[in-house]
Design a protein around this ligand. Structure first.
Ligand code: IPD
Ligand code: CA
Ligand code: CA
Length: 265
């Protein structure tokens, strides 16, 4: 394992066990509202601090882009961190959330870890060497037929004034044409589930770089396609994403072309 990935895995495992410990007494957590339907707790903050401390212990000069504390440092190597992806699930005791850490070097994702501490599943990837879950190679599904495909999505929920009509039109198509649609509640796990062949495609809008950084590399290294909804490469910054097996990705993009056009207008 590459030394950078090794440190990422150590940090993710440590943060994951902190989250599990704090979950035992959810009522004791201090929760603040950052925006509409957007919450942060002291569990998110403590996990993020633990991750950054671990990184800086090994690589004091590396830069950080973390959800709760923002950007710091100036380096070609940037650690992109979501200490708790799925905060809403976590705060409700709904057992689906993850720690996500990606390492970007000169603007390119090189290493990734997504850790699901409840299932103790650790998804990892390094560019060019494939993706793994708990040491087993990951491969996207071989699904060739949309009517049999299982799709993942995330609902737009943060912008109270947003017109959700174009998203709903896309969701309707997914419901009608695929065999099912799941709203997992953790973008990082949605991506890993595509990589693991548990979902055949996933789409969402309104995301941040830390939701997508690690998971996108894991999907690509498992043989999947990841892009913005319009096929663009800058999804980390646009925040809209479509990923899937090559076949289902292409079919879904074609099927929803008018809805995607309306959504991105
Ligand atoms: C959220 C989760 C969720 C997605 C949201 C994300 P957070 O991350 O990934 O599935 O729908 O858009 O912001 O806020 O729990 O870290
Ligand atoms: Ca997130
Ligand atoms: Ca988060």
């Amino acid at each position: 394992m590459h030394p950078l990935l090794n440190v990422a895995v150590m940090a993710a495992r440590h943060a994951g066990s902190m989250l599990i410990k704090k979950m035992v007494n959810l009522k004791k957590l201090k929760v603040e509202q950052k925006g509409h339907n957007d919450f942060v707790s002291d569990a998110d903050r403590a996990a993020e601090k633990a991750i950054i401390d671990c990184i800086h212990k090994h690589y004091p000069d590396h830069a950080i882009l973390a959800e709760e504390s923002g950007a710091s440092g100036d380096s070609d190597t940037v650690w992109i961190i979501d200490p708790l992806d799925g905060t809403t699930n976590y705060l409700h005791g709904f057992p689906v959330f993850a720690v996500s850490i990606g390492v970007q070097i000169n603007g390119r994702m090189e290493h990734a870890v997504v850790y699901d501490p409840l299932r103790q599943e650790i998804f990892t990837a390094s560019r060019g060497t494939g993706a793994e879950v708990d040491g087993h190679k990951l491969r996207v599904s071989g699904q060739m037929e949309m009517p049999r495909a299982l799709l993942g999505t995330g609902f737009p929920f943060r912008d109270a004034g947003l017109d959700i009509t174009p998203y709903m039109a896309m969701l309707s198509k997914a419901i009608i044409h695929a065999s099912g649609v799941r709203r997992v509640g953790s973008a990082a796990l949605d991506l890993c589930y595509v990589a693991a062949g548990r979902l055949d495609a996933y789409f969402e809008t309104g995301l941040a770089p830390w939701d997508l950084a690690a998971g996108s590399l894991i999907v690509r290294e498992a043989g999947g396609i990841v892009s913005g909804l319009d096929g663009s490469e800058n999804f980390l910054h646009s925040g809209h994403v479509l990923c899937g097996t090559p076949r289902i990705y292409r079919e879904f993009a074609k099927l929803c072309a008018p809805e995607i056009k309306a959504l991105l207008k």
